[in-house]
Design a protein. Structure first.
Length: 299
């Protein structure tokens, strides 16, 4: 007797948009919590505690899998993914603590630009002129935000761009690993490696969190989990081409929250660069969706 096929929800773009907006809200909350907690506790310590909670959560929820949870047919690639994940998490944490929130968010949106560049360099993918020009425009948007020679560059700028590059690399690696790895296995080893990387620097500079800080870190873990869950549900219920543009609403939420909570006012360079990056990535997404439609139609 075969198992029944899993229910596939009918497309509901309004529901998908609702979920993506909820994801924007929770991710904005995560950024606010990181900035607040990061004022008093080191990034390594906060990341260590958060990932420890996630690791325990993963073990408890997947205890029924037994040894399957730890099995990896490609441990080297899985370890590489986990190390890159550590760079992403630590880079984003550090940048959020030290840079204006709108600037960090805008630079995080460069991931699609790096994916196009990596696909051309390492996957021998044929990138046509429109996507090439859009990618170049996106990198010009980065230069507008950073203004080399016209503003003080911070190591946090390198951190967030490294995180964006890491997200592009990890997207390609994860696609390969999902063929023969459970998602929970990747979550487990990702958090385990981050804990190992963070342990020494966190313990050397350890400050015992107060009861309030423990609660804020727990809330950070919950908001992070919520943001990821809402994102998955958004693409589960809605069409990618309809839902994905609403991800950029997060920059509006971040701008409002940053002004209300921290009194941050984005300068015109940041807003201009963000507009260029968003426009470029939206065009790349549009070209990709059109290519897939043409391929499905056999054209």
């Amino acid at each position: 007797m075969t198992s029944p096929a899993p229910d596939i929800p009918e497309t509901n773009n309004f529901l998908g948009i609702g979920f993506i907006l909820m994801s924007c809200v929770t991710m904005t909350l995560s950024a606010l919590l990181i900035r607040h907690i990061g004022k008093d506790l080191g990034s390594f310590e906060v990341v260590l505690i958060r990932c420890s909670f996630t690791l325990i959560f993963t073990l408890v929820l997947n205890a029924r899998l037994g040894g399957k949870l730890f099995h990896s047919p490609r441990p080297v690639l899985l370890t590489l993914r986990s190390i890159i994940l550590a760079v992403i998490v630590l880079g984003n944490f550090y940048a959020i603590v030290h840079l204006p929130l709108v600037q960090v968010t805008a630079l995080q949106f460069t991931k699609p630009l790096f994916i196009v560049a990596l696909a051309a360099l390492f996957l021998s993918e044929n990138i046509r002129l429109p996507r090439t020009m859009a990618t170049l425009c996106g990198f010009i948007g980065i230069l507008v935000i950073l203004r080399p020679g016209g503003a003080e560059l911070h190591i946090a700028h390198l951190a967030v761009l490294s995180a964006a590059l890491g997200m592009a690399v990890i997207a390609i690696i994860t696609k390969k690993l999902t063929r023969d790895h459970l998602s929970c296995t990747m979550v487990f080893y990702g958090n385990l490696v981050i804990i190992l990387i963070c342990s020494l620097p966190a313990l050397v500079n350890w400050q015992m969190p107060s009861l309030l800080q423990w609660g804020l870190i727990a809330a950070l873990g919950l908001s992070t989990y919520g943001g990821q869950t809402f994102m998955v549900q958004a693409y589960r219920h809605g069409d990618t081409t309809v839902v994905s543009p609403f991800e950029y609403v997060r920059i509006i939420f971040i701008a409002i929250a940053g002004f209300i909570v921290f009194g941050e006012i984005p300068d015109h360079w940041t807003l201009g660069g963000a507009a260029i990056i968003i426009g470029a990535t939206l065009f790349i997404a549009y070209r990709e969706s059109r290519k897939k439609r043409r391929a499905a139609a056999g054209l």
